[in-house]
Design a protein around this ligand. Structure first.
Ligand code: ADP
Ligand code: MG
Length: 357
């Protein structure tokens, strides 16, 4: 195995989860070899993805259980498919009555709504009627007719979501409306687990929720955690390495979930303006941001926007950085990542550019 491949398996990142079984075993072995004192690690499947948590702490074993329980608790609130989730109840009572929700659900709905407004609706937590018509989340994929999309699109308007903070209720005004927190739930969950671990005194940990990475502190040796930014066209390769200390790194891409019909590929990130999978010229967007919730929402939103609008949006904000991989083979990193991102895609014909403010 060449050096580059070896790093990708040794790193905690998307690679651990996307390769074949043998590669996963190799990754596991690499991690076990690097076991240190007080280093605890567990892998589980939740929120429809593989999660690996690495905690450096003497109580790591118990903390891993606490972390997993927190993830399950949140999944039971936010899942759009689990029968009794709060999101399911909001959706089932659309057009009928407000539903009492927990502080977590209310907070995430509110943040989702705000980020929708800020991104000109590129991010839309009311997108579910359209996502469902495409068969995503229920894995019964098919291309809906244009009439179906035209009928459903008005139901994705976030104005119809009424949040009452005093009563802690959420209400969808029109029957047929439905919430989908799939674009932001994992980021929110990583923030909550991060808070929980920090409260218990953890100063060094790496949380990986599918392609969503959240670093607490740095590695025990004081060096930053290292993650790889996946090559969207080859899951066993990467376009660069990113150092992370106390930050979240979240990637969205059309290559992650998709289906093919009549030789054409349809992925799971929907452009709320059209109801079709976003065709913005991007293969992936990676967001680096202290808030995992924000990073998750923005990775989806900026993927929908496309490079030019996404860079304008980045210039208008000051709390995140981004890496874009375009269909033209360009890797573009924003200038705040100048020192922490190392481009490695040259061998695979990617070109690299740093975007300045
Ligand atoms: P992943 O969940 O694979 O990490 P994302 O964070 O980009 O990827 O979220 C994609 C999911 O979000 C979709 O599966 C769908 O449930 C939902 N979604 C799709 N398009 C949008 C959108 N424009 N705004 C908000 N959520 C979306
Ligand atoms: Mg997202």
């Amino acid at each position: 195995m060449n050096f580059k491949k070896w790093i990708s398996f040794g790193l905690a990142g998307c690679f651990l989860f996307s390769g074949c079984a043998a590669q996963r075993e190799q990754a596991q072995a690499a991690l076990e070899n690097s076991q240190q004192e007080n280093r605890y690690e567990a892998t589980s499947f939740a929120m429809d993805t593989v999660m690996t948590f690495t905690i450096i702490h003497e109580d790591g074993e118990e903390l891993l259980i606490d972390a997993e329980q927190e993830i399950r608790r949140l999944e039971n609130l936010f899942s759009v498919t689990l029968d009794d989730s709060e999101v399911r109840q909001i959706n089932e009572n659309a057009g009928d009555k407000p539903v009492h929700v927990s502080a977590d659900t209310l907070a995430l709905l509110k943040t989702g709504e705000e980020l929708g407004e800020k991104t000109g609706n590129a991010f839309d937590i009311a997108i579910y009627p359209v996502v469902k018509a495409w068969g995503f989340t229920e894995e019964e994929h098919s291309v809906p007719s244009q009439e179906t999309i035209d009928r459903l699109l008005p139901l994705t308007n976030l104005d119809g979501l009424i949040l009452n903070e005093e009563d802690s209720t959420a209400y969808l005004e029109k029957e047929g409306m439905a919430i989908d927190l799939g674009g932001v739930a994992k980021g929110y969950a990583s923030d909550r687990v991060k808070d929980l671990l920090k409260e218990k005194g953890v100063e060094s940990a790496l949380l990986s929720l599918g392609g969503n990475i959240c670093a607490i502190g740095s590695k025990p040796d004081g060096n930053p955690w290292k993650t790889a930014v996946q090559n969207p066209i080859d899951e066993n390769d990467y376009v660069g390495l990113l150092e992370a200390t106390d930050t979240c790194i979240i990637t969205s891409g059309g290559y992650q979930r998709y289906f093919e019909e009549d030789g054409k590929r349809y992925h799971h990130i929907i452009d709320p303006a059209t109801g079709w999978p976003a065709e913005s010229g991007l293969l992936s967007v990676t967001i680096v941001c202290e808030s995992g919730t924000k990073a998750d929402a923005l990775s989806t939103a900026l993927f929908v926007m496309g490079l030019e609008d996404a860079l304008s949006y980045w210039k208008s904000q000051n709390d995140f950085e981004a890496i874009f991989v375009t269909e033209d083979g360009e890797v573009v990193a924003t200038e705040g990542l100048k020192d922490s991102f190392t481009f490695e895609g040259k061998d695979n014909d990617f070109t690299y550019r740093l975007a300045e403010r």
